[in-house]
Design a protein around this ligand. Structure first.
Ligand code: BTN
Length: 246
């Protein structure tokens, strides 16, 4: 069972290109597990599937934690689950909002995205040297631009009250310490809270869309989708859209 780092060491910046990029470079240069890189603004924030991640300066918690887990590559998905769960718990601790979890890495309120998790690893063959778990959480962001207003939200928008980024960071690190110390328990809780299960979904894959009911999460982190034409299809990655029940 990999342990969470004994302590967190927070390194804060006004501006970075990407906290994940910085933390990965620090890992390759020998930084210890437990480094937490935080930026008020990112100029090249990274999202899943090669996308960018944007937020106005000071509006979001943008942080990356450096881990050196004793974990086989096929179990690295547990770190994304633990990170998403820890952030959902932190949001609830600080502002009473209980976000839904969407497979594999999103926190939603209704259909709007509140946060995303991006884990990136430094791996050599089967040797996992380091993993960086990056989280972007929209905290104090009101007045979304029109292209985001219907698909994104923030803690302050949902609660109608100011929410402190340092408070959410502290809560996240406390929750992450617990969740990373027992990844199997974290995965079980993540699965039980996963709003994707039981929903009609469309998963966009390079090979084309998979449409069906998300029936389960496999131990290897794959989403199992029961389709009308191909039976149960296991999905490793891709964009999931929660469809309304037919
Ligand atoms: C997603 O696509 O949903 C994942 C987004 C992850 C964004 C965070 S912001 C902090 C960290 N640094 C990055 O460059 N990306 C992650």
């Amino acid at each position: 069972m990999p342990d969470a780092p004994a302590t967190w060491t927070v390194s804060s910046f006004e501006t970075l290109d990407s906290t994940n990029r910085y933390a990965l470079d620090a890992a390759r240069a020998g930084a210890d597990a437990g480094l937490v890189v935080v930026a008020a603004e990112q100029t090249a924030g990274r999202g899943r599937l090669g996308r960018s991640w944007i937020a106005p300066p000071g509006a979001a918690l943008l942080c990356s934690v450096l881990l050196r887990p004793d974990l086989a590559p096929e179990r690295l998905h547990l770190l994304t689950a633990a990170g998403a769960l820890a952030m959902a718990e932190a949001v609830e601790d600080v502002c009473g909002l209980r976000p839904d979890l969407k497979w594999p890495n999103d926190l939603l309120v209704g259909d709007r995205k509140l946060a995303g998790v991006l884990a990136e690893a430094d791996i050599d063959g089967r040797a996992v040297h380091a993993v960086v778990v990056g989280v972007g959480l929209n905290v104090q962001w009101d007045g979304f631009p029109p292209e985001l207003a219907r698909i994104a939200t923030s803690c302050s928008r949902e609660t109608g009250a100011p929410v402190s980024i340092p408070d959410v960071l502290a809560a996240f690190l406390a929750r992450a310490s617990i969740r990373l110390a027992d990844l199997d328990a974290a995965f079980a809780e993540y699965r039980s809270r996963l709003g994707t299960l039981g929903r009609s979904v469309r998963v966009e894959l390079a090979s084309g869309p998979v449409v069906g009911i998300a029936v389960d999460l496999a131990p290897d982190g794959m989403l199992l989708v029961e389709t009308a034409s191909d039976g149960v299809v296991a999905v490793t990655a891709g964009d999931v859209v929660h469809l309304r029940p037919a």
